[in-house]
Design a binder for this molecule. Structure first.
Ligand code: PEP
Length: 250
């Protein structure tokens, strides 16, 4: 069976002190790592410290984006080699905010996935539709296109260790959640894409999260669905209590 994975995405929130306080507050209360993978994707500035503060616990630390080159003249960027050098375990790739505000393309995301794997960083690959696309009935085509592009060129054994996050853009930070049925249907469609590109074993192994206004009140129903293996969570991951509640639900 697939182990659930709950990943907080702090975006551009929290001071340094607040970030450390959060890790201190949760790290002794985490459910066992046999049951759920607990991840926090923090602002890049705090990553080395948080990795150290959390080193004795089961909390994994992730980045929110990265470049695909290991080094070079890319002012302001952070490379996969740099993330690996401070022992970051995960990286969110292709978040809709990165796609929209920083022109992250499918092609760049594919290169970033390769770069993450080369450094043993688990990529959390985001996909999802706009409200217009949902209303036009093109959700499944959109996510199939994004996932096919992100996975181009990888072997089945590599894909098995990746995490995919289905995040309808209209549900991120809006308080609107996809119904558990709708979310499960799209996560199932993503799994079918992986099966078509690879095989049933790979499709069965890859973990697919739902993201979009996940909170303690709706996590249980979402996680009860066959194809939803966890959540990528923005707002509700900022407070230790609600983050722990999400983990306990898993
Ligand atoms: C996100 O940032 O990926 C997200 C899903 O945010 P929220 O949970 O706040 O909707």
């Amino acid at each position: 069976m697939r182990k659930p994975i709950i990943a907080g995405n702090w975006k551009m929130y929290k001071t340094f002190e607040e970030a450390i306080q959060f890790v201190d507050a949760v790290q002794d209360k985490l459910p066992s790592n046999d049951k759920v993978d607990a991840v926090v994707c923090a602002p890049a500035l705090y990553l080395p410290t948080l990795v150290q503060v959390a080193s004795e616990s089961e909390l994994a630390i992730g980045a929110q984006t990265m470049h695909y080159e290991n080094e070079g003249a890319f002012t302001g960027e952070i490379s996969p080699a740099q993330l690996a050098s401070v022992e970051v375990d995960y990286v969110i790739l292709g978040h809709s905010e990165r796609r929209e505000y920083y022109n992250e393309t499918d092609e760049a995301i594919n290169k970033k996935v390769a770069a993450a794997l080369a450094h043993n960083i688990v990529p959390i690959i985001c996909c999802g539709e706009t409200l217009e696309e949902r209303e036009a009935g093109t959700t499944e085509q959109k996510v199939a296109r994004q996932i096919t592009a992100a996975l181009a060129g990888f072997e089945a054994q590599e894909v098995e260790h990746m995490v995919i996050a289905y995040e309808p853009i209209w549900a991120i930070g809006t308080g609107k959640t996809a119904t558990a049925e709708d979310a499960n249907q799209v996560c199932g469609a993503i799994r079918a894409v992986v099966q078509k590109l690879y095989n049933a074993e790979t499709a069965d192994a890859v973990r697919i999260q739902y993201g979009g206004s996940v909170k303690p009140e709706n996590i249980q129903e979402l996680l009860s669905k066959e194809h939803i293996d966890g959540a990528l969570v923005g707002g509700a991951s900022l407070q230790p209590e609600s983050y722990l509640t999400l983990l306990e639900a898993a």
